[in-house]
Design a binder for this molecule. Sequence first.
Ligand SMILES: [Zn+2]
Ligand SMILES: [Zn+2]
Length: 306
Amino acid sequence: MSKPASSGRNDRSALKALNRRAEAILKARPAYREMLDFYLTVFRCQIEWRNRLVVHPEEVGVEQVRESLRKGTPLIQHYDPGVEPQSLLDLWVEMKEVFRRGNEVLREAVEKIDRAEEAGDFAPVSWLSEQRPERWELVADASGRIGIEESVLGALSRAVTFPHWELVAESWLPQDGLEEWRRFCCPVCGGVPGLVENRKGQSGRGGISASPRRFMHCSFCGSRWVVPALKCPACGSTKEGDAKYLFTAEEPELRIDFCKSCHRYIKVIDGDKISGRVHVGLELLTAAHLDAIAQDKDLSPLEVCA
Ligand SMILES: [Zn+2]
Ligand SMILES: [Zn+2]
Protein backbone atom coordinates (compact mmCIF):
# COMPACT_ATOMS: atom_id res chain seq x y z
CA MET A 1 0.00 0.00 0.00
CA SER A 2 1.21 3.49 -0.73
CA LYS A 3 1.57 6.13 1.90
CA PRO A 4 -1.58 7.98 2.97
CA ALA A 5 -2.41 10.97 0.82
CA SER A 6 -1.41 14.29 2.27
CA SER A 7 -2.34 17.25 0.15
CA GLY A 8 -0.31 20.41 -0.10
CA ARG A 9 -3.33 22.28 1.19
CA ASN A 10 -3.40 20.22 4.40
CA ASP A 11 0.27 20.89 4.89
CA ARG A 12 -0.26 24.61 4.48
CA SER A 13 -3.03 24.63 7.07
CA ALA A 14 -0.90 22.48 9.40
CA LEU A 15 1.93 25.01 9.09
CA LYS A 16 -0.46 27.87 9.76
CA ALA A 17 -1.89 26.14 12.83
CA LEU A 18 1.62 25.41 14.13
CA ASN A 19 2.70 29.05 13.74
CA ARG A 20 -0.48 30.36 15.34
CA ARG A 21 -0.18 28.09 18.36
CA ALA A 22 3.54 28.86 18.75
CA GLU A 23 2.76 32.58 18.81
CA ALA A 24 0.12 32.11 21.50
CA ILE A 25 2.50 30.00 23.60
CA LEU A 26 5.31 32.55 23.32
CA LYS A 27 3.01 35.32 24.46
CA ALA A 28 2.26 33.35 27.63
CA ARG A 29 5.68 31.71 28.07
CA PRO A 30 8.37 33.98 26.51
CA ALA A 31 11.19 32.07 28.24
CA TYR A 32 10.82 29.35 25.58
CA ARG A 33 11.57 31.68 22.67
CA GLU A 34 15.09 30.58 21.87
CA MET A 35 14.33 26.89 22.15
CA LEU A 36 11.09 27.24 20.24
CA ASP A 37 12.62 29.27 17.41
CA PHE A 38 14.90 26.33 16.73
CA TYR A 39 12.34 23.58 17.17
CA LEU A 40 9.84 25.33 14.93
CA THR A 41 12.37 24.83 12.15
CA VAL A 42 12.33 21.10 12.93
CA PHE A 43 8.52 20.91 13.09
CA ARG A 44 8.10 22.89 9.86
CA CYS A 45 10.60 20.63 8.13
CA GLN A 46 8.63 17.57 9.29
CA ILE A 47 5.38 19.00 7.91
CA GLU A 48 6.94 20.17 4.64
CA TRP A 49 8.50 16.75 4.09
CA ARG A 50 5.30 14.77 4.56
CA ASN A 51 4.73 14.40 0.83
CA ARG A 52 8.27 13.22 0.22
CA LEU A 53 8.46 10.57 2.93
CA VAL A 54 7.96 6.97 1.86
CA VAL A 55 6.10 4.51 4.05
CA HIS A 56 4.30 1.38 2.89
CA PRO A 57 2.39 0.25 5.96
CA GLU A 58 0.88 -3.22 5.66
CA GLU A 59 -2.71 -2.84 4.56
CA VAL A 60 -4.96 -3.27 7.58
CA GLY A 61 -8.75 -3.15 7.35
CA VAL A 62 -10.82 -1.59 10.10
CA GLU A 63 -12.09 -5.03 11.20
CA GLN A 64 -8.52 -6.30 11.53
CA VAL A 65 -7.68 -3.20 13.55
CA ARG A 66 -10.65 -3.83 15.85
CA GLU A 67 -9.68 -7.49 16.25
CA SER A 68 -6.11 -6.60 17.16
CA LEU A 69 -7.21 -3.94 19.64
CA ARG A 70 -9.75 -6.31 21.25
CA LYS A 71 -6.84 -8.66 21.94
CA GLY A 72 -5.23 -5.78 23.80
CA THR A 73 -2.06 -5.63 21.71
CA PRO A 74 -0.84 -2.59 19.77
CA LEU A 75 -0.90 -2.84 15.98
CA ILE A 76 2.88 -2.79 15.67
CA GLN A 77 2.95 -6.32 17.13
CA HIS A 78 0.85 -7.67 14.24
CA TYR A 79 1.64 -5.59 11.18
CA ASP A 80 4.61 -4.24 9.26
CA PRO A 81 4.92 -0.43 9.35
CA GLY A 82 6.90 -0.46 6.08
CA VAL A 83 9.06 2.58 6.81
CA GLU A 84 11.53 2.82 3.92
CA PRO A 85 15.20 3.11 4.99
CA GLN A 86 15.97 5.39 2.04
CA SER A 87 13.29 7.78 3.24
CA LEU A 88 14.78 7.81 6.74
CA LEU A 89 18.17 8.50 5.21
CA ASP A 90 16.88 11.39 3.10
CA LEU A 91 15.26 13.12 6.06
CA TRP A 92 18.26 12.36 8.27
CA VAL A 93 20.55 14.15 5.80
CA GLU A 94 18.17 17.14 5.74
CA MET A 95 17.74 17.19 9.54
CA LYS A 96 21.50 17.03 10.09
CA GLU A 97 21.79 20.43 8.43
CA VAL A 98 18.97 21.83 10.55
CA PHE A 99 20.67 20.55 13.71
CA ARG A 100 24.09 21.77 12.59
CA ARG A 101 22.66 25.28 12.40
CA GLY A 102 20.84 24.84 15.75
CA ASN A 103 23.58 25.45 18.29
CA GLU A 104 27.00 24.31 19.47
CA VAL A 105 25.73 21.18 21.27
CA LEU A 106 23.72 19.96 18.30
CA ARG A 107 26.48 20.69 15.78
CA GLU A 108 28.91 18.74 17.90
CA ALA A 109 26.45 15.84 18.20
CA VAL A 110 26.00 15.66 14.41
CA GLU A 111 29.77 15.75 13.91
CA LYS A 112 30.28 12.92 16.39
CA ILE A 113 27.66 10.82 14.61
CA ASP A 114 29.33 11.49 11.24
CA ARG A 115 32.71 10.46 12.65
CA ALA A 116 31.28 7.27 14.18
CA GLU A 117 29.66 6.46 10.85
CA GLU A 118 32.90 7.05 8.93
CA ALA A 119 34.76 4.81 11.35
CA GLY A 120 32.17 2.09 10.76
CA ASP A 121 31.03 2.14 14.40
CA PHE A 122 27.53 3.41 13.79
CA ALA A 123 24.97 3.02 11.01
CA PRO A 124 22.39 5.80 11.45
CA VAL A 125 19.81 4.43 9.03
CA SER A 126 19.58 0.89 10.37
CA TRP A 127 19.63 2.36 13.87
CA LEU A 128 16.75 4.69 12.99
CA SER A 129 14.84 1.80 11.37
CA GLU A 130 15.00 -0.18 14.59
CA GLN A 131 13.64 2.59 16.82
CA ARG A 132 10.55 1.47 18.75
CA PRO A 133 9.08 2.84 21.99
CA GLU A 134 9.92 -0.35 23.90
CA ARG A 135 13.49 -0.36 22.60
CA TRP A 136 14.66 2.55 24.75
CA GLU A 137 18.04 0.82 25.15
CA LEU A 138 18.90 1.64 21.51
CA VAL A 139 19.28 5.32 22.37
CA ALA A 140 21.08 4.59 25.65
CA ASP A 141 23.61 2.23 23.95
CA ALA A 142 24.36 4.53 21.04
CA SER A 143 24.63 7.54 23.33
CA GLY A 144 27.31 5.76 25.37
CA ARG A 145 29.20 4.54 22.30
CA ILE A 146 29.21 7.86 20.41
CA GLY A 147 29.53 10.09 23.46
CA ILE A 148 26.35 12.14 23.01
CA GLU A 149 23.86 12.89 25.75
CA GLU A 150 20.81 10.62 25.58
CA SER A 151 18.39 13.54 25.45
CA VAL A 152 20.20 15.06 22.46
CA LEU A 153 20.45 11.78 20.55
CA GLY A 154 16.81 11.03 21.37
CA ALA A 155 15.73 14.42 19.99
CA LEU A 156 17.74 13.85 16.81
CA SER A 157 16.28 10.42 16.21
CA ARG A 158 12.68 11.47 16.92
CA ALA A 159 12.97 14.41 14.52
CA VAL A 160 13.52 11.87 11.73
CA THR A 161 11.35 8.94 12.81
CA PHE A 162 8.28 10.86 14.08
CA PRO A 163 6.87 12.07 10.73
CA HIS A 164 7.35 8.58 9.25
CA TRP A 165 5.50 6.93 12.12
CA GLU A 166 2.84 9.61 11.99
CA LEU A 167 2.00 8.48 8.44
CA VAL A 168 1.89 4.84 9.59
CA ALA A 169 -0.45 5.76 12.45
CA GLU A 170 -2.71 7.74 10.09
CA SER A 171 -2.95 4.76 7.78
CA TRP A 172 -3.75 2.23 10.52
CA LEU A 173 -5.91 4.13 12.92
CA PRO A 174 -8.72 6.66 12.53
CA GLN A 175 -7.92 10.02 14.11
CA ASP A 176 -9.39 9.31 17.52
CA GLY A 177 -8.69 5.62 17.78
CA LEU A 178 -11.47 3.14 18.34
CA GLU A 179 -13.62 2.40 21.34
CA GLU A 180 -12.21 -1.16 21.45
CA TRP A 181 -9.07 0.29 22.96
CA ARG A 182 -9.49 1.70 26.45
CA ARG A 183 -5.86 1.35 27.46
CA PHE A 184 -3.26 3.93 28.23
CA CYS A 185 -0.41 2.76 25.98
CA CYS A 186 -0.49 3.74 22.35
CA PRO A 187 -2.71 1.42 20.25
CA VAL A 188 -0.36 1.79 17.27
CA CYS A 189 3.19 1.56 18.66
CA GLY A 190 2.68 0.63 22.32
CA GLY A 191 4.43 3.79 23.51
CA VAL A 192 3.83 5.57 26.80
CA PRO A 193 1.52 8.55 26.22
CA GLY A 194 3.22 11.92 26.49
CA LEU A 195 0.25 14.19 26.90
CA VAL A 196 -3.43 14.16 27.81
CA GLU A 197 -5.96 16.33 25.99
CA ASN A 198 -9.29 17.08 27.65
CA ARG A 199 -12.19 18.21 25.53
CA LYS A 200 -15.62 19.24 26.71
CA GLY A 201 -17.73 20.12 23.71
CA GLN A 202 -16.47 18.51 20.55
CA SER A 203 -16.33 14.83 19.78
CA GLY A 204 -13.05 15.36 17.95
CA ARG A 205 -14.41 14.43 14.55
CA GLY A 206 -16.13 17.72 13.97
CA GLY A 207 -19.41 16.66 15.57
CA ILE A 208 -20.78 18.01 18.81
CA SER A 209 -21.15 15.67 21.74
CA ALA A 210 -22.36 16.55 25.19
CA SER A 211 -19.99 14.37 27.19
CA PRO A 212 -16.41 15.41 27.96
CA ARG A 213 -13.68 13.24 26.49
CA ARG A 214 -10.16 12.49 27.51
CA PHE A 215 -7.54 11.67 24.88
CA MET A 216 -3.99 10.41 25.12
CA HIS A 217 -1.32 11.58 22.67
CA CYS A 218 1.66 9.47 21.66
CA SER A 219 4.90 11.35 21.11
CA PHE A 220 6.46 8.49 19.13
CA CYS A 221 3.84 8.11 16.38
CA GLY A 222 1.45 11.03 16.93
CA SER A 223 -1.64 8.88 17.56
CA ARG A 224 -4.54 10.19 19.61
CA TRP A 225 -7.01 7.88 21.35
CA VAL A 226 -9.81 7.97 23.91
CA VAL A 227 -9.21 6.73 27.45
CA PRO A 228 -11.36 6.44 30.59
CA ALA A 229 -11.38 9.75 32.46
CA LEU A 230 -11.27 8.62 36.06
CA LYS A 231 -8.60 5.98 36.09
CA CYS A 232 -4.90 6.31 36.86
CA PRO A 233 -2.80 5.50 33.76
CA ALA A 234 0.01 4.08 35.92
CA CYS A 235 -1.60 1.97 38.66
CA GLY A 236 -5.17 1.75 37.38
CA SER A 237 -6.66 3.22 40.57
CA THR A 238 -10.24 4.42 40.25
CA LYS A 239 -10.53 5.22 43.97
CA GLU A 240 -12.35 8.42 44.76
CA GLY A 241 -9.88 11.12 45.83
CA ASP A 242 -6.84 9.56 44.12
CA ALA A 243 -7.06 11.69 40.99
CA LYS A 244 -5.55 15.09 41.77
CA TYR A 245 -4.27 17.97 39.71
CA LEU A 246 -2.00 21.00 39.87
CA PHE A 247 -2.42 24.18 37.87
CA THR A 248 -1.56 27.88 37.92
CA ALA A 249 -3.84 30.80 37.17
CA GLU A 250 -1.30 32.14 34.61
CA GLU A 251 -1.60 29.05 32.42
CA PRO A 252 -5.28 28.17 32.25
CA GLU A 253 -4.84 25.63 29.43
CA LEU A 254 -2.13 23.59 31.17
CA ARG A 255 -2.36 21.21 34.10
CA ILE A 256 -0.59 18.32 35.78
CA ASP A 257 -2.74 15.32 36.66
CA PHE A 258 -1.35 13.01 39.29
CA CYS A 259 -2.38 10.03 41.34
CA LYS A 260 -2.34 10.23 45.12
CA SER A 261 -1.84 6.51 45.33
CA CYS A 262 1.19 5.90 43.04
CA HIS A 263 2.53 9.51 42.69
CA ARG A 264 2.78 9.32 38.89
CA TYR A 265 1.87 12.37 36.82
CA ILE A 266 1.12 13.36 33.26
CA LYS A 267 0.80 16.75 31.54
CA VAL A 268 -2.66 17.80 30.46
CA ILE A 269 -3.83 20.34 27.93
CA ASP A 270 -7.31 21.78 27.67
CA GLY A 271 -8.12 21.12 24.02
CA ASP A 272 -11.08 23.53 24.09
CA LYS A 273 -8.77 26.46 24.87
CA ILE A 274 -6.54 26.01 21.84
CA SER A 275 -7.54 26.25 18.21
CA GLY A 276 -6.80 23.44 15.77
CA ARG A 277 -5.28 20.06 16.33
CA VAL A 278 -2.84 19.50 19.18
CA HIS A 279 0.79 19.30 18.00
CA VAL A 280 2.21 16.96 20.60
CA GLY A 281 5.87 17.92 20.01
CA LEU A 282 5.18 21.64 20.34
CA GLU A 283 3.07 21.23 23.48
CA LEU A 284 5.54 18.93 25.26
CA LEU A 285 8.49 21.16 24.43
CA THR A 286 6.84 24.25 25.89
CA ALA A 287 5.40 22.51 28.95
CA ALA A 288 8.78 21.29 30.19
CA HIS A 289 8.57 23.59 33.23
CA LEU A 290 5.70 21.44 34.52
CA ASP A 291 8.22 18.65 35.14
CA ALA A 292 10.06 20.83 37.64
CA ILE A 293 6.79 21.65 39.41
CA ALA A 294 5.87 17.96 39.56
CA GLN A 295 9.29 16.93 40.83
CA ASP A 296 9.03 19.54 43.59
CA LYS A 297 5.97 17.64 44.74
CA ASP A 298 7.85 14.32 44.63
CA LEU A 299 5.91 13.09 41.63
CA SER A 300 7.41 10.88 38.90
CA PRO A 301 6.53 10.87 35.22
CA LEU A 302 4.51 8.06 33.73
CA GLU A 303 7.04 5.48 32.56
CA VAL A 304 5.42 2.18 31.90
CA CYS A 305 2.05 1.26 30.55
CA ALA A 306 -0.19 -0.47 33.08
ZN1 LIG B 1 2.34 5.58 19.28
ZN1 LIG C 1 -1.84 5.67 40.25
